[in-house]
Write a protein that binds this ligand. Structure first.
Ligand SMILES: [Zn+2]
Ligand SMILES: [Zn+2]
Length: 260
């Protein structure tokens, strides 16, 4: 039996034995554990278990790393954000009824081609939406109320990916991943697969390590170190807007002055 047929048989079993709303909630919890909590814990353990390897591969110096207490605080807030999103999803499903899922629960598993198309669409749509939401959160009138919290960790660690104001967590972390594929009508399994990748990407982006070049952790690490640079996730929107190097905004001011 090929992989698709195996997946179809598992999916058929799941949808015939559980309510669609229950599958959505369980999918959401499982993807957050497998895609984020587990890899973030592994990244954090590298520090303790392999200190020499850790020193060689940390993007920022040892003296800049957060203290144990700061890390514990970071983990607590990050877990709170996971719970808040699951609670929100539960309330929506409770009001709709667990027989009326939010996502597409087609009994037929999508083909590999559809999985790939959804993945690429999700990646590009997330890059565009996250870039503008993130740029808006850096607006001086909004920054101190919401996004300043996420920038507490100048030298990030994996759990710092979800160390954010609950409103930011919803607007910048959850919706840019879920909403484009929701409106595209993507299958629940496609959204789960993309969500797993994006959650791991967020943990890797904030891990502080350079040994995984895909996704390029250095881009977002530099954003935490220098603030006004690399607002996107894969570098595409920063390349388009020219915000991909430190001092890009100062160069713009100078240019305006010279041409005036
Ligand atoms: Zn960040
Ligand atoms: Zn930021």
């Amino acid at each position: 039996m090929d992989v698709h047929a195996q997946l179809q048989s598992v999916w058929t079993h799941i949808i015939t034995t559980h309510k669609p709303g229950t599958i959505e909630i369980m999918g959401s919890i499982l993807s957050q554990i497998v895609g984020f909590i587990l890899p973030a814990t592994i990244y954090m353990l590298i520090d303790t278990l392999f200190p020499k390897f850790s020193q060689r591969h940390k993007i920022q110096g040892a003296r800049r790393q957060p203290t144990r207490q700061q890390i514990q605080h970071c983990i607590k807030v990050s877990l709170f954000n996971h719970i808040w999103i699951v609670a929100l999803q539960y309330i929506i499903l409770y009001l709709r009824g667990f027989d009326h899922p939010i996502l597409n629960m087609d009994p037929i598993v999508p083909s590999l081609k559809i999985f790939i198309v959804d993945f690429v669409f999700g990646l590009l749509a997330r890059e565009v939406s996250f870039y503008y939401v993130h740029r808006a959160l850096h607006h001086p009138r909004i920054y101190v109320y919401i996004h300043k919290m996420h920038h507490k960790y100048i030298t990030p660690v994996a759990f710092a990916a979800e160390y954010a104001h609950p409103v930011e967590h919803l607007l910048a972390n959850v919706l840019p991943i879920a909403i484009p594929l929701y409106f595209k009508g993507a299958h629940f399994l496609s959204i789960m697969a993309f969500g797993l990748f994006e959650l791991w990407e967020a943990a890797a982006d904030h891990s502080g390590y350079d040994f995984l070049k895909l996704p390029p952790a250095e881009l977002h690490d530099l954003h935490h170190e220098k603030f006004r640079v690399n607002y996107g996730t894969i570098g595409l929107m920063d390349w388009i807007h020219g915000s991909d190097f430190v001092g890009w905004d100062r160069a713009k001011v100078k240019k305006v002055k010279i041409t005036e």
